[in-house]
Design a protein around this ligand. Structure first.
Ligand code: ZN
Length: 85
């Protein structure tokens, strides 16, 4: 149908409400400690963004479908990141 987009389409979820997720519950894409498969489109990746001071940020966005997520466990992830050798 014309005008109807699937949620797997590129940028299909850019206007969707922000989704609360736990980074620990997501599936990593590869051997990266941070990159996850998008739980919405499952084709895109959530990379975990960093601030200009290089701190991990709670708000992230799928590079494919545009879904925004908030990591509810970002504090644990920051602690882990900052205590790495
Ligand atoms: Zn996605």
């Amino acid at each position: 149908m014309r005008g109807l987009r699937r949620k797997t389409d590129v940028m299909a979820n850019i206007d969707a409400p922000v989704l609360h997720v736990r980074h620990a519950d997501l599936t990593r894409t590869d051997d990266s400690m941070f990159r996850s498969n998008c739980p919405v489109c499952r084709l895109g990746i959530l990379m975990v963004r960093r601030s200009d001071r290089f701190r991990l940020m709670a708000l992230d966005c799928c590079i494919r479908c545009g879904q925004q997520v908030i990591y509810d466990d970002i504090a644990e992830l920051i602690k882990f990141d900052e205590n790495r050798p």
